[in-house]
Design a protein around this ligand. Structure first.
Ligand code: CUA
Length: 284
């Protein structure tokens, strides 16, 4: 029996074997997928709106760099895979076994490490510019309070001081969504509005708060996306260099009304900003 099986195997190996079409189709599919992916990115089918801060420009530059580097690695790796699937497909030949090359593998791992750690460190700078560095002196402080499913923005008013907040006084129906304690003199001139208006070319420091669950503050044109977490005040700063009206959205799935949780950022001239403050000044 044993000798018969060996003879069968030997006969089968000598026969020409065209192999199945599956590996050829698979390598072809890989090439098509790579081409389609490269096209989607190269043609910029889904362009982001232009950034309106210098930090935003830096974020875009970092994003492009990471995309190009990882893009080249992606294309080479997938084409290499397609080549290997095609070249070494089963055509009845005897399989060869290799132990690999320690030298080559060490080189791969080292290069990958340098590449990803390097990009991570570079990207960290773009990311931390708005968060971990203190806001420039003379920044305008505005408090952002999020709850299901609205944004409220508070300006300290002419005295430059935010008044005391008392959670027991929170009552949106009576026009006090933040629980402003009007017995505190600092509260008298505080302005609370549902959309954010800031002067152009002026450093702004936002203080992010949440009254219930985790929300988010995201403006595409600022290239800023930051969670608002209950119990925390999270600072975030930017200087918008182009006037306009930009959408603010919450990007954390915060409940059934999440889809409609949005507001607007109005970047206006210095004089329009003064007009805004005058118009909103509370008559208390
Ligand atoms: Cu708040 Cu989604």
């Amino acid at each position: 029996m044993a000798t018969e099986t060996q003879a069968d195997n030997a006969r089968r190996e000598r026969q020409p074997n065209p192999g199945s079409a599956a590996p050829i189709l698979l390598s072809l599919l890989l090439v098509i997928l790579v081409a389609a992916t490269v096209f989607i990115f190269a043609a910029r089918l889904y362009p982001a709106p232009p950034p309106i801060t210098s930090d935003g420009v830096q974020v875009d530059r970092q994003f492009d760099l990471t995309l190009y580097v990882t893009g080249v690695v992606f294309v080479l790796a997938q084409l290499g895979l397609a080549y290997a699937v095609f070249r070494f497909r089963d055509r009845g030949q005897t399989a060869r076994f290799t132990h690999g090359s320690v030298k080559l593998e060490t080189l791969w791992i080292f290069l990958t490490l340098v590449l990803f750690v390097g990009l991570g460190i570079l990207g960290g700078q773009a990311w931390s510019a708005a968060r971990l560095t203190p806001a420039p002196s003379g920044s305008l402080q505005i408090e952002v309070t999020e709850n299901q499913f609205v944004f409220n923005f508070r300006y300290p008013g002419p005295d430059g001081k935010f008044g005391r907040l008392d959670p027991n006084l929170v009552s949106a129906p009576t026009g006090n969504p933040l629980g402003l304690d009007l017995n505190d003199p600092d509260s008298k001139d505080d302005i609370v509005v549902p959309s954010l208006t800031v002067p152009v070319n002026r450093p702004i420091e936002l203080l992010l708060r949440s009254q219930d669950v985790v929300h988010n503050f995201f403006v595409r044109e600022l290239r800023l996306q930051q969670d608002a977490v209950p119990g925390m005040v999270i600072p975030l700063h930017f200087t918008a260099t182009r006037a306009g009206r930009y959408e603010i959205v919450c990007t954390q799935l915060c409940g059934l009304g999440h889809y409609r949780m949005r507001s607007f950022l109005n970047v206006v001239s210095a004089s329009d900003y003064q007009n805004f403050l005058r118009a909103q000044a509370p008559a208390r």
